[in-house]
Design a binder for this molecule. Structure first.
Ligand SMILES: Nc1ncnc2c1ncn2[C@@H]1O[C@H](COP(=O)(O)OP(=O)(O)O)[C@@H](O)[C@H]1O
Ligand SMILES: [Mg+2]
Length: 241
C-alpha cells in the first residue's frame, strides 16, 4: 500500500536579524510516520515547529500540509486543518483543571456534549484520569507537558508536533509516554518529535533528522544517525550505544 506524504517542508529559511535560524531546510513526513528531530541547543528545532505551525512565517521556502500550502496561514487556521503542536515552555491554563484544559482542545471542533466525551477519552488514553480534577498549577511541570499533549490530541489532529515532551521525566515516566505515543500513532496520528533524551528519541522514531546551526546535516534511520560521523561531532559527542 503506498503511503502518502502528509507534510512537506521545502527550502525553508528563517532569519532573526542577522541570525539564520533555519537555512534552506527541506524534508517530508509521511502519513502515520514517527519522525524525530535532534540537534544542539539553538539548532533551530523550536523555530522549525514555529514555522510549520504558523507562529512564524519563513523568509523563504514553503510548507505544504495535506496538499494545502500553509506557508502564510495563521496557527488557528493550521490547527483547523489538523496540524497542531505542544510548546517547549508549557502554556496551559493554570487555574483550570486538567479536564478543563483538555476540554478546551476538544471544543475547538465539537459541540459541548461530544467534547466532554472526547476529553474523557483522551484523559483515559494518556493515563491522566487520576489528575482529572486537579488544577494544572498544582501538578509538576513534567506532567503539564502531558496535559498539553492531551489538549492537542483532543483537537483530533492528523499530525502532532511535540517539543521536548519527555524533558524532566524520569526513565520510567518517559517509557510510559513513549508507549502512549505509539498508541496515539496507531490510532492514526502522524508524529514529529523534538527531544533531547537520546534513548527516548532513538526508541520511538522511525526516521531522524539532525539540525545544526539551522542546517539539516543528516537524515536517516536511528541506527544510521547514531553512527553518523558528522552527527557525532556536532551533537552526540560519543557514540550512542
Ligand atoms: N523570536 C526570536 N527572536 C530572535 N532570535 C530567536 C527567536 N527565536 C529563536 N531565536 C534564535 O534562533 C536560534 C534557534 O533557536 P531555537 O529554534 O529555539 O533552537 P532549539 O529549539 O533548537 O534549541 C537560536 O539562536 C535562538 O536564539
Ligand atoms: Mg527548542
Amino acid at each position: 500500500m503506498p503511503t502518502s506524504t502528509l507534510l512537506t517542508v521545502s527550502n525553508v529559511t528563517k532569519r532573526f536579524g542577522g541570525l539564520v535560524a533555519l537555512n534552506d531546510v527541506s524534508f517530508e513526513v509521511k502519513e502515520k510516520e514517527i519522525v524525530g528531530i535532534i540537534g544542539p541547543n539553538g539548532a533551530g528545532k523550536t523555530t522549525l515547529f514555529n514555522v510549520i505551525t504558523g507562529f512564524y512565517h519563513p523568509d523563504s521556502g514553503r510548507v505544504i500540509f495535506d496538499g494545502v500550502d500553509i506557508t502564510k496561514f495563521r496557527p488557528d487556521q493550521i490547527c483547523a486543518l489538523g496540524l497542531t503542536r505542544t510548546f517547549q515552555l508549557v502554556k496551559p491554563f493554570k487555574d483550570l483543571t486538567v479536564f478543563e484544559n483538555v476540554l478546551i482542545g476538544a471544543m475547538l471542533k465539537k459541540s459541548k456534549a461530544a467534547a466532554v466525551e472526547k476529553a474523557e477519552k483522551v484523559l483515559k488514553d494518556l493515563n491522566l484520569q487520576r489528575l482529572r480534577d486537579v488544577q494544572v498549577k498544582n501538578i509538576p511541570v513534567a506532567e503539564r507537558k502531558i496535559v498539553e499533549a492531551a489538549r492537542a490530541l483532543a483537537t483530533e489532529p492528523k499530525m502532532l508536533l511535540l517539543d521536548e515532551v519527555a524533558a524532566g521525566l524520569n526513565p520510567a515516566e518517559s517509557m510510559k509516554v513513549l508507549e502512549t505515543l505509539r498508541k496515539v500513532r496507531d490510532q492514526g496520528v502522524t508524529l514529529c518529535l523534538v527531544e533531547h533524551v537520546m534513548r527516548f528519541i532513538m526508541g520511538i522514531s522511525e526516521r531522524i533528522l539532525v539540525l545544526d546551526r539551522g542546517v539539516k546535516i543528516a537524515e536517516g534511520l536511528p541506527s544510521e544517525i547514531a553512527s553518523n560521523e558528522s552527527v557525532i561531532q556536532a551533537y552526540l559527542g560519543v557514540k550512542y550505544a
